[in-house]
Ligand binder design. Structure first.
Ligand code: SAH
Length: 346
């Protein structure tokens, strides 16, 4: 049931201070409550043990804590863990913990479903139902941090916004969540360990640069030829490669941080010489690196991983032009936790 009471985590620290003053208490209580909510991540008012019983009852009467709830947890045989995360209104998103030798990465969702329509992505078929609130994004990270400590004996080291949704179509909430994740009163993580991955929304990429964000930017490119990109990512009709290029130049001018291009090579779609040449050309505009992602099949075979030779031809061409390139093997495939497979199947 959706409560009529206000979600206390929608209040800023200042608003909490004002609330306490308005009920004749000390403004300082606002700081204490804020610390419980964000620093300690508690789920109930009763856990706020430095507040009197009366104060806790008063909060209970006026507010709710809309905490997420990890509904089910699936473990892959490669150590990857996928969480089905239930939201206060019953909707579900997924987030993933990906352990490697050196790091544990949280892959988090920013929307329920997705605003965009990439043909090769399972999430796109869900359509966008709503944006996640900042606390719903933050909670996914906290839950994965706890799982990382529990199952891998170390805290979370990195975060990627590569789960469900297009983060730049939920700009304000994603940035608010990142603020909390990086703030010392939240998780205190370095923004250098966070990567936001976008399908490429030029206007919002410029806004990121204007807002002087300190995290990394990855762009899902998949083709540097406009007509082809439109075929596989139809929204690209409205977000032209020329505008994307301009926004990336703007980003680099302002931030001096190189961009990562994510790229899947598919058989018969983007595995020809002209595709490789177009990518190499695109990579010359702004300092960047290319991350070749293994394709995770989602359906009837319209999209198929290209041959090893095609991938090697990409690598050779990029290396020849001194463009750093890495190949990312998929993790968690057996539990549908890999890139593009998040679709609330459970
Ligand atoms: N909307 C954002 C973030 C979510 S998708 C974005 O597009 O970047 C995260 C990454 O997974 C993107 O690079 C996306 O292109 C890629 N992806 C989507 N479906 C995939 C699939 N079936 N196999 C491999 N990668 C996929």
């Amino acid at each position: 049931m959706i409560s009529e009471k206000k979600d206390i985590r929608a209040l800023s620290k200042e608003e909490l201070r004002v609330f306490f003053e308005s009920i004749g208490d000390k403004a300082f209580r606002g700081n204490q409550v804020y610390e419980w909510l964000w620093g300690k991540g508690i789920h109930t008012f009763d856990q706020m043990t430095n507040l009197s019983k009366e104060t806790r009852a008063h909060l209970e009467a006026n507010f709710v804590i809309n905490h997420i709830h990890v509904d089910s947890l699936q473990k892959s045989n490669d150590g990857t863990i996928k969480n089905a995360v239930k939201l206060h209104d019953g909707l579900v998103v997924e987030s993933v913990l990906i352990p490697t030798k050196k790091r544990t990465t949280a892959c988090v969702s920013s929307q329920v479903g997705c605003s965009l329509d990439c043909k090769f992505c399972a999430t796109a078929r869900l359509k966008r139902m709503r944006n996640l609130n900042p606390d719903e994004i933050y909670d996914q990270v906290v839950a994965i941090d706890q799982e990382s400590k529990l199952y891998h004996d170390r805290p979370l080291s990195n975060i990627v916004f590569m789960g469900m949704g297009e983060p730049l179509m939920n700009y304000k909430n994603v940035l608010e969540a990142i603020d909390k994740i990086t703030h010392k009163e939240g998780l205190g993580m370095s923004p250098k360990r966070i990567t936001l991955s976008t399908s490429g929304v030029p206007k919002m990429i410029k806004k990121l640069a204007d807002d002087e964000v300190k995290f990394h930017l990855a762009v899902s490119l998949h083709s540097a030829i406009q007509e082809k990109r439109e075929q596989i990512m139809p929204f690209a009709k409205s977000f032209h490669l020329d505008d994307l290029r301009e926004s990336l130049e703007y980003w680099y001018d302002k931030t001096q941080r190189r961009i990562t291009y994510e790229y899947v090579v598919w058989k018969g779609i983007n595995d020809a010489r002209e595709d490789i040449e177009a990518l190499v050309q695109f990579c010359k505009y702004v300092p960047c690196k290319v991350n070749l992602i293994e394709y995770n099949p989602i359906d009837d075979g319209q999209f198929q991983q290209a041959s090893l030779e095609a991938t090697e031809a990409y690598i050779a061409a990029l290396e020849k032009h001194r463009i750093p390139v890495t190949v990312r093997r998929s993790r968690g495939k057996d539990i549908d936790a890999a890139c593009g497979q998040l679709a609330n199947k459970q």
